[in-house]
Design a protein around this ligand. Sequence first.
Ligand code: HEM
Length: 303
Amino acid sequence: MADDWCCLLKQLRDSNGQISNLEQVVGRLGLETSCSRMGFLLPDRESCIRTRHPSTFYCYSDTYFGLPLWKFFKTPSYKRLAESEDTIYRLAMELIESSDEATTESVVFQSILKANIDEREKTAAIIDFIAAGIHTLKNSLVFLLYLVAKHPGTQEKIIQDETKAYLKACVMETFRILPTAPCLARVTEEDLELSGYRINAGSVVICHTAIACKDDKNFKQASEFRPERWLDEEKSETASNATFLLTPFGAGRRICPGKRFIEHILPKILEYTVKKFDVQVVNPMELQFEFLLSAKGPTAMIF
Ligand code: HEM
């Protein structure tokens, strides 16, 4: 998959080596990884167009945090959300209907397809996986490539370090500085007292882990991208401070089921990319929060 990804970058970059909409290319990778090798990285795969579905997460954010006018009439965000959900629903239906050799490679899909549940439940489970995987991976990989490219010498260090510890440190540092899921949400099941505040059962509690990760009290020079803090003599202090603060995949019973897979795939993609290309940043990145933290793309980078 990492090879296909590099081939696709080569194919899509312009004569200056620039990819002008990295999100679109990475979205294809997200779809390919979430759907486990369905061919979305092949240059002529027309179905990748589907990754351009209207930004689901923007609409989530607008309908979730904005005035709930959608309860009374169909607001533009509500319509876009419905359109986006329809696109993902159609894709999931196609996956179920065309479950062939390609889907047999996917343990997740196979277990869903073989489960003793009806078609609607299967579709819902596949939609959950596709929706939860594509944007999170896309944002995280764009952040990772951006931070690595922006800091001189980082790519050389990744290539030189045969232990791959530096590679993994870059991924951890990216999750610390730019986590696509910057907070965790829970609904309390019983009355609680937290930091002196009385919280009634049924309240939504948002835990802003991203803020804690950028606090100098928790990490030295917290705003700086310094993968070295995860290595050698600094390692144990960083890791112990990070235990409950750095939770890019959540924690407890609802922890992300994609965690292990992403922890495997992100370093792999980064390693292959820096070995094949000298990645360069084109413009400073602006951020936006659309339920997830993401780059205010399109992000251009040189490969
Ligand atoms: C960089 C990539 C990813 C990040 C940062 C991420 C992050 C998260 C976070 C923070 C949660 C909430 C956990 C909690 O509340 O404790 C979550 C839930 C979830 N994620 Fe991921 N995720 C990623 C990739 C994926 C992938 C690739 C898949 C599927 C293939 C996936 C499937 C899910 C599902 C189904 C849930 C809901 C779990 C539940 O509510 O029980 N995620 N993810």
